[in-house]
Design a protein around this ligand. Structure first.
Ligand code: NAD
Length: 368
């Protein structure tokens, strides 16, 4: 059951939704429909063993309902693993609103969605995701308190990116420690691909530690800003994988570890913020291992965002969120240890550790 990418596709179960749910033991799926606002949404609750299901709401013009269901089942399960491995007492959930975020969204539609979230009584707590803006989250908040990731002026935890970047930095230091016995990044050649919210904060940490930083971004103004501010070197976006580097840090897109890039990449460590870095975890997780590269599992090292949300649920404190993100260092080392002892790829070691925590805490909770 430890393969996260194996999607419980509805098509694979002959259109049976409960069949797809049973593949990875999803607890509940809620279909939400409203003619007046045009809302069509699906909320998936994968696992609440550790606590309420938390995960963002995505608005996307899915080609079919079955694509939407497949996506929400896959994403909610991913959240269960991410929160479990980060040591949080929350479970995995996700919601999708079916529609074009530019043309189909209205205040009434988003607030109606908020009412559906509210009807679950806190079993699912929502947050922002693709196609949903901060303004939309404020609309959701008008209808329910079961929402996190709000801006600071609304009493929320604000931009999670500094916490995410700190977690990636911790994962990177642990990876260097694993490889060299010393966790210093001084003099290490690090390429940060994508210097947006997370990438820029990461560059700041790296420069402070005297790493030799290279950056790439599709937007020239981002590149200029980061080069001018931190004195780092820019490389062309098409030249990223050929660079001479110790650490490749994907902070833009998913699936950048694939057959083509692995043929070019010559680095000891892959550690970055992007989600789903392995194009196919079963194939490329193994290939990375065979190449002798250390892959810091993406959903562990980028868990700062959900850690930040967690602290918003239990009482926000930025320093506490950063302290918890610091624990990513030890968890990364634990994953490398398990990967090396069990001779399995790091993504699998991460998945098994998440499953073990859910099982152990679940057993503990049964006792009086
Ligand atoms: P962002 O949109 O602010 O930054 C992404 C940057 O990547 C942008 O500057 C963009 O121009 C650049 N980019 C896009 N395509 C590129 C390419 N082909 N080559 C080089 N640069 C490219 O996003 P972010 O919030 O910084 O998040 C970065 C990644 O981390 C995303 O994959 C996101 O899903 C993931 N993530 C972010 C958080 C968070 O707290 N923001 C948490 C978990 C995961």
């Amino acid at each position: 059951m430890s393969e996260l990418k194996s999607t419980p596709a509805v098509n694979a179960t002959g259109g049976s939704i409960t069949g797809a749910m049973s593949t990875f033991d999803h607890e509940q799926v809620v279909f939400c429909q409203d003619n007046a606002t045009g809302l069509k949404a699906i909320i998936a609750i994968h696992n609440t063993t550790l606590g309420p299901a938390v995960g963002g709401t995505r608005m996307w013009a899915y080609a079919s309902e079955s694509d939407a269901i497949t996506d929400v089942l896959r994403l909610s399960r991913g959240m269960t693993y991410k929160s479990a491995l980060a040591g949080l007492n929350i479970g995995g959930g996700k919601a999708v609103i079916i529609g074009n975020a530019r043309t189909d969204k209205s205040e009434a539609l988003v607030r109606r969605f908020g009412k559906f979230v509210n009807s679950l009584g806190g079993k699912y707590i929502t947050a922002e995701d693709v196609g949903i803006s901060t303004r939309d989250m404020e609309y959701v908040k008008m209808e329910t308190n079961h929402v996190v990731g709000l801006p600071e002026y609304r009493g929320g935890s604000g931009d999670p990116s500094p916490v995410t970047a700190y977690g990636v930095y911790m994962g990177m230091k642990a990876s260097v420690k694993q490889l060299t016995g010393n966790d210093s990044l001084a003099g290490k050649k690090v390429l940060v691909q994508g210097v947006g919210h997370v990438g820029e904060y990461l560059v700041e940490h790296l420069v402070k530690e005297n790493a030799k930083v290279m950056i790439a971004d599709i937007y020239d103004d981002r590149v200029k800003h980061v080069v001018d501010t931190y004195g780092v070197t820019a490389v062309n976006v098409d030249e990223v994988y050929k660079q001479d580097m110790d650490i490749y840090s994907p902070c833009a897109l998913g699936a950048t570890i694939n057959d083509e890039t692995l043929a070019m990449l010559n680095c000891g460590i892959v550690c970055g913020a992007a989600n789903n870095q392995l194009k196919d975890e079963k194939v490329h997780g193994v290939k990375v291992l065979e190449k002798g590269m250390l892959y810091a599992p993406d959903y562990l090292v980028n868990a700062g965002g959900i850690i930040n949300c967690y602290w918003e649920i239990i009482g926000y404190n930025r320093n506490a969120a950063l302290a918890q993100a610091e624990q990513i260092y030890q968890t990364t080392l634990d994953i490398y240890k398990k990967s090396s002892e069990d001779k399995i790829p790091t993504y699998l070691a991460a998945n098994q550790m998440a499953e073990a925590r859910i099982a152990a805490v679940g057993e503990m909770k049964k006792k009086i």
